[in-house]
Write a protein that binds this ligand. Structure first.
Ligand SMILES: CC(C)(COP(=O)(O)OP(=O)(O)OC[C@H]1O[C@@H](n2cnc3c(N)ncnc32)[C@H](O)[C@@H]1OP(=O)(O)O)[C@@H](O)C(=O)NCCC(=O)NCCS
Length: 185
């Protein structure tokens, strides 16, 4: 088999969402909780980052870094002794970046009741060993839900870009107003 053939198998031009799906389950222990016995938000964000990264790795098949945690909703507290299950998949790939969706459930080990407790969107950027950005394969959404997430990911990217441009303008205006203020002696 030629190197080109091997590369196209390892890193095809497009991958299905299903091929990126990842899952992790953790038991909430005392060290993970605050003084009320609920899972710390920062600990949950770490679990979210890890599970999101698993999906991004499966899509990019190279090194990745977290560029942004774009949105996170903490819907319900998670209690000491709960089982936390996180599921992730790549919603859409752009050039070198990917949006990953992560959904989190908590399970009461005594009753078996499962509740949706958090959701998040993260952006990962693919890089090589030297830190240069790497183009990622496209995403093939197959189900109706995957197609909806795929379309929404583009809207979120446009919203992020507009917000970044607004912040840049605001910063420039602030810098201009500071430089035009009279200097005190
Ligand atoms: C993320 C990082 C690689 C981006 O590098 P950069 O030189 O700013 O690259 P660019 O501005 O050209 O953006 C590259 C891609 O990342 C995306 N991106 C960069 N910053 C982003 C942000 N804050 N939110 C969403 N997307 C972002 C861009 O949209 C672009 O996507 P595309 O290639 O798919 O079009 C760089 O900022 C970095 O290394 N940050 C630190 C990452 C890190 O340490 N994470 C925590 C530990 S893993």
């Amino acid at each position: 088999m030629s190197t080109t053939e091997i590369n196209s198998r390892v890193n095809p031009a497009a991958r299905t969402v299903a091929s990126t799906q990842s899952e992790m389950t953790e038991l909430v222990l005392p060290n993970d909780t605050n003084t009320l016995g609920n899972l710390l938000g920062g600990r949950l964000m770490h679990f979210i980052d890890m599970t999101g990264a698993m999906a991004a790795y499966r899509h990019a098949r190279t090194y990745i870094v977290t560029a942004a945690m774009d949105h996170i909703d903490f819907i319900q507290p998670v209690h000491l002794g709960n089982l936390v299950t996180l599921k992730s998949s790549v919603n859409r790939a752009f050039n070198t970046s990917m949006e990953v969706g992560v959904k989190v459930w908590a399970e009461d080990t005594q009753t078996g009741k499962v509740s949706h407790v958090a959701s998040a969107f993260l952006i990962f950027v693919a890089i090589d060993r030297e830190g240069h950005r790497v183009r990622v394969p496209e995403v093939i959404p197959e189900t109706a839900a995957e197609k909806r997430h795929y379309a929404d990911a583009l809207l979120r990217r446009k919203h992020r870009e507009a917000e970044a441009a607004r912040r840049k303008q605001e910063k420039a205006a602030h810098a201009n107003s500071e430089s035009s203020e009279p200097k005190s002696k």
